[in-house]
Design a binder for this molecule. Structure first.
Ligand code: ADP
Length: 366
């Protein structure tokens, strides 16, 4: 049985005194979707989670689970599953007793409790650990017990607040995989909060990037990485170059693509960018575009457009890749080349580079 339900967050705002901590948030999570709210510290992520859970009230807007407003429901009546970083298990109860606890509270018959606990311990792969006490388990196992306890009563929604924050790197990666597997297996709609980009990419169907209490972009991980909607998102998602382009002309290339020609900050010669037409504003003559360090290559004899010359400033070896800083005209660029490409450059400081017109994303804010 798939238990996940649809969540609609409609125009949610919240003030602490005069301070607007959430600013007209709109999000839709489809049944069974895994959505991550990603943002730096202080962006309002935890407050949003608390508003959904019912621990904090919103000043404006509404929240609906399966198209039904939950405004009048208190936190415990919302029946939402929660897993936080400090998932306190009851130390004096066995694994089974811990997991059975929410079912007992809900007065589920004993026989059914037994079945459901067994079932969920199977899902989290702890079926032979039911009689142990929390202190007899590893950190990762304890966390799986906490997860089992959060989902054993089939909540319509699971909220995770930095649940992996306290775990070491290896365990973190394992648990990312496990949590994703378990939530997908049960089809549970999940909202997770993190400041860790890699975790967001590893786990999510959709990512909501927040800053200053606002949603900056809500889309699939691929879309956010490849088509950031503004400068903030582009800079937040890993190292990139943000380059100005002016005197733009737009030429329709085919049904879906537009060729953009203009003068960029990195070359005196005009350059060509290729973008999906739906992202283009043909009345605007100046824009920015993002160019990822790994999309920049050494120019070969064959390349002709989008060549530009850089002066190498510094380089750092990272095993197979070399991370380079270089200037084109006066613009400092981040470039990644593979080691073999880089070896050919020894004893030169001026290098011709190139990028493919389609390896960019156009953004229109400054
Ligand atoms: P995040 O989870 O993204 O780190 P929070 O939602 O915890 O951000 O906080 C967002 C902003 O709201 C921060 O500037 C924080 O200082 C402020 N804030 C959080 N809780 C309260 C509160 N109870 N009273 C006043 N300000 C608060």
């Amino acid at each position: 049985m798939k238990i996940g339900q649809r969540l609609d967050i409609v125009n949610i705002s919240k003030y602490y005194g005069d301070f607007k901590v959430l600013d007209s948030i709109n999000l839709v999570c489809e049944p069974g979707e895994f959505v991550t709210i990603l943002g730096s510290s202080g962006s309002g992520k935890t407050t949003l989670l608390k508003v959904i859970a019912g621990f904090e009230s919103n000043s404006d807007g509404s929240i609906h689970i399966n198209n039904e407003s939950i405004a009048k429901r208190k936190a415990y009546e919302r029946n939402i599953g929660m897993l936080f970083q400090n998932y306190a298990l009851f130390p004096h109860m066995t694994v089974e007793e811990n997991v059975a606890y929410p079912l007992k509270l809900r007065k589920v018959p004993k026989k059914e409790i037994k079945e459901r606990v067994e079932n969920i311990l199977n899902v989290v792969k702890l079926n032979n650990m039911g009689k142990r006490y929390p202190k007899q388990l590893s950190g990762g196992q304890q966390q799986r017990v906490a997860l089992a306890r959060a989902i054993v009563y089939n909540p319509p929604l699971l909220l995770l607040d930095e649940p992996l924050g306290a775990l070491d790197m290896n365990l973190r990666h394992n648990m990312q995989f496990e949590i994703k597997r378990i939530t997908k297996e049960l089809g549970i709609t999940t909202i997770s909060v993190t400041h860790d980009q890699e975790e967001a990419f590893a786990m999510s169907d959709k990512i909501c990037i927040m800053s200053d209490g606002k949603v900056q972009q809500f889309a699939s991980p691929e879309e956010i990485y490849e088509r950031p909607s503004n400068r903030f998102v582009a800079e937040f998602m890993g190292t990139t170059n943000i380059i100005g382009i002016k005197d733009i002309t737009y030429i329709k290339k085919d049904n879906n693509h537009t060729l953009i020609k203009g003068i960029t900050e990195i070359s005196e010669a005009p350059m060509e960018l290729l973008a999906e037409t739906k992202y283009i504003k043909t009345d605007i003559k100046e824009a920015l575009f993002t160019l990822r360090p790994e999309s920049i290559r050494l120019a070969s004899e064959k390349s002709y457009n989008n060549e530009f010359t850089v002066k190498l400033e510094e380089s750092v070896y990272l095993g197979e890749r070399v991370k380079i800083k270089a200037t084109a005209l006066n613009k400092l660029l981040n470039i990644n080349l593979n080691v073999n490409e880089f070896r050919n450059l020894e004893n030169t400081d001026k290098v011709k580079l190139v990028f493919a017109p389609e390896d960019i994303a156009v953004i229109y804010d400054k």
